[in-house]
Ligand binder design. Structure first.
Ligand SMILES: [Zn+2]
Length: 273
């Protein structure tokens, strides 16, 4: 890949980085020239149009009809307006990302930077995810191919032209789903009732199968890997807290420690399972 990689651009959504490359930005000098070309902000009605569109209040087809211009012209106008609004803030992007990761709302971030909230998420996340995901079947197919090949979320997000953050959000909200599922240690905890220390103990002792991949530093398994593993092992379940144990001894120890009083009340049944 290109060696040109100024700090601000690392936080800029891939769709804009690609657009800059397409417009010939490949060095500090060409970036400075590009910014000079984009000093002038878009007219207020264009900003309002971009905001309405970014908030999902209007569609490109509606704008095409309202403005009496072609679909591609509307797209070009939106893109140009977005880039002109983002251009003055390239240096702000690391702080925006940082602020947002600590829960500061785009409204507050935008206010402090003297811009509108839509610019914050357009810059960091690219075009609103739902549009990209539904408009380009090729991108979605490529994203799924990467996902199934075990690629990182960042790689999958790049295929979709959205930020890793946007992808994570849409996956979490259930707005979109990538299949088959990848289970992380938190999923293992809820699935098997394990504490975090139990998960790491089972991993250290290689009781659990090796992870199918890693996202940043955290391990993940395909759901099928854990399904077949659980089917092969004869897991013993504590009926009271729905927690799985590998051995009779483990279950007995747990019952004695955690459910001692209950054990005296109902000595048989649950234990003999
Ligand atoms: Zn229990």
């Amino acid at each position: 890949m290109a060696t040109f990689d100024p700090p601000g651009l690392q936080h800029l959504a891939p769709v804009w980085v690609n657009e800059l490359r397409r417009q010939g930005v490949d060095s500090d000098r060409t970036l400075a020239l590009w910014r000079d070309d984009h000093l002038e902000p878009p007219p207020p009605d264009r900003i309002a149009m971009l905001q309405r569109w970014a908030r999902g209040e209007t569609r490109i087809v509606d704008l095409t009809r309202d403005e009496g211009i072609t679909h591609s012209r509307v797209q070009a106008m939106l893109k140009d307006a977005a880039l002109r609004l983002i251009a003055p803030h390239l240096e702000d992007l690391p702080r925006w990302e940082q602020a947002r990761s600590t829960g500061v709302s785009p409204e507050v971030i935008a206010h402090l930077s003297n811009t509108v909230p839509e610019v914050v998420y357009l810059a960091l996340d690219g075009w609103p995810a739902r549009r990209n995901w539904t408009t380009s079947g090729d991108d979605v197919a490529e994203a799924h191919r990467r996902w199934r090949a075990g690629a990182s979320l960042l790689d999958v997000a790049e295929a979709l032209g959205v930020s890793e953050y946007a992808l994570t959000q849409t996956l979490r909200s259930g707005e979109s789903a990538l299949t088959p599922r990848r289970l992380e240690t938190a999923d293992l905890r809820s699935r098997f009732g394990w504490t975090p220390s139990a998960v790491s103990l089972y991993r250290r002792r290689r009781v659990l199968p090796a992870p199918d991949g890693h996202e940043k530093k955290s391990a993940w398994w395909w759901e099928s890997t854990l399904d077949s593993w659980a089917a092969e092992r004869d897991l013993l379940w504590c009926q009271q807290c729905r927690r799985a144990f590998m051995s009779r001894r483990g279950l007995t120890g747990h019952r004695t420690q955690v459910h001692e009083s209950t054990l005296e009340e109902s000595p048989t049944g649950t234990l003999s399972r």
